[in-house]
Design a protein around this ligand. Sequence first.
Ligand code: NAD
Length: 459
Amino acid sequence: MAEKHAEFIVLGAGPGGYACAFRAADLGCKVVLVDPRATLGGVCLNEGCIPSKALLHAAEVIREAGEISDWGIALGKPKIDLDALRARKEGIVEHLTGGLNGLATRRKVEVIRGTAKFTGPRSIDIDGENWAFDQAVIAVGSSPVQLPGWPEDERIWDSTAALDLREVPKRLAIVGGGIIGLEMATVYSALGSQVTVVEFMDQIAPGADSEAVRILHAALTDQGITIHTSTKVAEVKATKPALVLRCEGAFEGNIKADAVIQAVGRRANGPKVAPQAAGVEMDARGIIAVDRACRTNADGIFAIGDVTGNPMLAHRATHQGHVAAEVASGHAAALDTDLIPSVAYTSPELAWAGLTQLQAKEQGIAHKVASFPWAASGRNLSSGGGDGLTKLVYCPETHRLLGATLIGSNAGELLAECVLAMEMGATLEDIALTVHAHPTVSETVAFSAERALGTLTDL
Ligand code: NAD
């Protein structure tokens, strides 16, 4: 017999879960939000996006301080107080999670610290307490993948441990050259580690435009990061003086490291809430399938965010969260787009959305490409920016954008214009005839469009 009742219950308080809970409350629902963490915000705020960006900011300042000697300004070698840096990062996280608490209180969302599991089609157990619910949203996210056969050793870190900033290892090996691996390589190399990245595929940031990735690869190499692509770690041995990674592939040999970060992807947390007890279907990878309205196969139960599969990105979860809240409240809503932007906050940043040139080719989609090198951008050069590129993939008939990739300082911010252009169906003419402020790096988007139209005078 259920002891408690929730009209609308959200499991997981990450960027998907809290956005869903708040939107539902704004639409008049009585909302219960459950999460085992002491603070709201999930992985993103507590041990992901936000703390990593704080450390990446520090890394960028260290790098710029080194490069400013080329401008006649000598700042000397930075002295790093790791405790103070960690405290600063934690302060930012506390500020933001504290802010979320305030937003929950203002909306009268009931927050329960606990671990929830379904016990039936309309019932949930939260740490031994029975709850009945009318509608539920599964927003329990994902966890780092652990490679099998590795030894137990506290020198082997996942992304959470890497962001704890326990120490700056002299030699750091990173397995996985995806977004997490590359961001952590950027942080720790600036802090002074000798970083080696081992990536299984033939390029880092697999899936991103290869021309842009070559620029990133060269920049990271310039920063002293060693990158081995087409290489896998066949065996890891934990010896007292070092962790030894035996590598096979393009690089054959041993890498000795004082710490290793595993950044080989994330796995959906579906099994953690026993969805089968509520009749919710989940695949072997723990992923719960949903339709565009974020409905699972089970009536009244929604799923959003990483638990619904790739791309596992906070902004997708947030949008799905709003959709689920609106649909549950009786509104017509859907996540009616595949345009989910990706950003690697490396130095330089790599940002992309829509189709890459290769994807358009592989999918047999008629396309053309226009690009503008950042070496010709006055704003980029006068801001100390290095090599970079803006690249647009467009339909030769309609002149609408099919995709965009940008690499360079703050490329992630510039990408928004391209995503909006794609969502609005803007043409190359719309972009080229929109007056972009000079000097800004945003001009590279307009210049690429002008180049496609043959009206460019800046190259
Ligand atoms: P990922 O899937 O982006 O990258 C993992 C990489 O590891 C891939 O390049 C893969 O080829 C490689 N790999 C897999 N097995 C390997 C092996 N045995 N040896 C060597 N390489 C191997 O995953 P991630 O970087 O761990 O990130 C996890 C998720 O979190 C992703 O969905 C990512 O998009 C998301 N994330 C996003 C951001 C951001 O938006 N800035 C930041 C961090 C994480």
